[in-house]
Ligand binder design. Structure first.
Ligand code: WTA
Length: 580
């Protein structure tokens, strides 16, 4: 049933027709698919993503889990996932959790934490997942409205053992009930949890904080029906999903990508979703590739930050892996520069797998722009709007004309007739394809010319010596701002090599964009500051480049995952900035 009615997006003419129809008759369009995907109007995710598959296909593998170490590996069938979900739901019910209550989940990515999300859905409670790398202080702030915190006593990542439970106790003390997910098997099942709570289309499903690349994180809420409908539709059409797909998304359940495309959309279609609790470089740089080969992964969805890192450290050993199972690749989280795109396409996709460079946000629930596959592939472009989405570029900013797509967060009113402002800078080419140029707040203004960070970064990243870079605008007496490049390199460079790489940056940007875009300062640094979800924190680099004081106590600063690199960057900037 689910795999019928293919929208044949592979044919541009069909895409155009379906798209046109979705824009001209949005209500009919979404209602049609709502009734097709939810014939009984049941919007409970525990039913849609677990129960019905447990009944039709109990032994099918729902989740394959890889831990931090090679030996850590588990497979969970749909039937087992259903039992886990019923058990955790029962424990919540015994703690008096009611429909609409908020439940915080603070645990590493593993079958239990996914089952915990689905257990909340089963009883109509709202989960609030906090990425397990956040500190006690952040956790405390973000779980304030929750009745209960679900956690685990151990987790290990990158060879380091942690105790999420310890952090939870530090954050909440005895002020909240804490349920441990270590021994879910021991929880008895309550009769009431064999089935699921009825939820309406507009009932709240979960809350989640944005990752805060330019501003302090904010709490976003999504509703049951609209969210599931939109994530299912986007997943099916953008990744050309088929029944036997093995889907591997390298995000974490702490982010929206993990919610939508690790958990809900893949399980909605009864696929096998592969999850990985470690980092791609531990114990070796081949972790992703080995998982792809062993599990015969068909769809691999990752992020530019991981791709750039692996292209640098793991390039030479790729021959030993078999990538023949792959059919589709995807990327999300930041603009994908052309160098990263080409590497991904050639080495992982073997020149035959299309790349879906998907643009979207925590607020949008699911993917908004994607190449809709076999339409012409353009490196660096997120390309086309999904059905029902009307993008426009107003003063360089990407805006969405109507706030009427089902996945939009409930934080926004749908009826005020105003556009949705994305906060991202974008451009549209003559074919109507859209390219994202970075956050509007990061745009650099040189003598009145507004330059998006990704235009420049893409050019600089294509230099062989550069692993990754970030460009920022720093104050300039005459031009307003001037361009400062912070870069990490693929190999150690001596001073004269740095000088010549800098000259090459200038030559290339001058040639490809123009003299206004040429960098005037560069610092070669050991690492770039990033958010926990892997986005470069350009605003901190801007502060450093401008020699201003950093506010180490701000919420903004606390969103950095590697604050230890900041002092080193400051020192290098002070002592060895290369200037024209
Ligand atoms: C950025 C992640 C360029 C963008 C799903 C957006 C991207 C922010 C892309 C949202 C992409 C995400 N190309 N930029 N394909 N995907 N972004 O809320 O700036 O964690 O506004 O959602 O990430 O990040 P969030």
């Amino acid at each position: 049933m689910l795999f019928e009615h293919e929208l044949a997006w592979k044919d541009p003419a069909v895409y155009n027709e379906v798209y046109k129809n979705s824009i001209e008759h949005p209500e009919e369009f979404w209602n049609y698919h709502r009734h097709r995907l939810f014939p009984s109007e049941c919007f409970n995710a525990a039913y849609n993503c677990v129960d019905r598959h447990a009944q039709a296909n109990p032994d099918k593998t729902a989740i394959i889990w890889y831990g931090d170490e090679y030996c850590e590996y588990r497979r969970i069938s749909y039937r087992q996932l259903q039992i886990m979900t019923q058990k955790i739901a029962s424990e919540l019910v015994r703690h008096n959790v009611k429909k609409g209550d908020s439940i915080t989940i603070y645990a590493a990515i593993c079958p239990e934490s996914i089952a915990a999300m689905l257990a909340c859905c089963r009883i109509g409670a709202m989960h609030n997942v906090i990425f397990s790398g956040f500190s006690a202080a952040t956790l405390r702030e973000r779980c304030e409205e929750s009745k209960i915190v679900l956690t685990m006593s151990h987790a290990s990542r990158n060879g380091r053992s942690m105790s999420p439970l310890k952090t939870v106790l530090e954050a909440v003390g005895s002020s909240k009930s804490v349920i441990l997910l270590d021994h879910v098997d021991d929880f008895p099942i309550e009769d009431s949890c064999l089935s699921y709570e009825n939820v309406n289309y507009y009932d709240n499903m979960f809350t989640l904080y944005t990752s805060g690349s330019t501003k302090a994180p904010k709490k976003i809420c999504h509703c049951c029906g609209g969210y599931l409908l939109y994530t299912a539709m986007t997943f099916k059409n953008i990744f050309d999903v088929r029944e036997n797909d093995v889907h591997f998304c390298t995000s974490d359940i702490g982010w929206i990508t993990g919610h939508s495309y690790i958990v809900y959309a893949p399980l909605f279609f009864g696929l096998t979703t592969v999850i990985f609790q470690g980092v791609p470089t531990y114990p070796t740089v081949g972790r992703y590739w080995e998982i792809i080969e062993r599990e015969k992964v068909t769809i691999f969805y990752s992020a530019p930050t991981a791709i750039r890192c692996l292209a640098t450290v793991g390039g030479s050993q790729l021959d030993q892996y078999d990538f023949s199972s792959l059919r589709m690749l995807g990327s999300v989280g930041e603009p994908m520069d052309e160098a990263a795109w080409n590497w991904f396409f050639t080495h992982i996709g073997q020149g035959r797998c299309p790349i879906a460079d998907t643009w979207w946000q925590t607020e949008t629930g699911g993917i908004i722009l994607a190449p809709l596959c076999n339409l012409e592939q353009k490196p660096g472009f997120a390309s086309k709007p999904f059905f029902g989405i009307v993008p426009k570029i107003v003063n360089d900013e990407l805006v969405i004309q109507e706030k009427n797509w089902p996945g939009l967060s409930v934080n926004f009113s749908r009826e005020d007739g105003q556009c949705y402002h994305t906060g991202d800078k974008a451009m549209q080419d003559a074919d109507g394809d859209i390219k994202i140029l970075g956050r509007i707040d990061d745009v650099i203004n040189v003598s009145g010319h507004r330059i998006g960070t990704s235009e420049l970064e893409s050019i600089i990243n294509s230099l062989g010596e550069i692993e990754e870079c970030a460009v920022v605008g720093v104050p300039h007496r005459i031009k307003g701002q001037t361009i400062f490049v912070f870069a990490t390199t693929t190999t150690e460079l001596n001073q004269s090599q740095k000088e010549s790489v800098f000259q090459e940056m200038i030559a290339r940007t001058r040639e490809e964009i123009g003299a206004i875009a040429k960098p005037e300062k560069a610092a070669f640094v050991p690492a770039l500051p990033k958010t926990r979800s892997g986005k470069i924190k350009r605003n901190i680099l801007k502060t450093i480049g401008a020699r201003e004081d950093i506010n180490y106590d701000s919420a903004d600063f606390s969103s950095i995952v590697n604050p230890e690199c900041i002092q080193e960057i400051e020192k290098i900037t002070r002592l060895s900035t290369i200037k024209v």
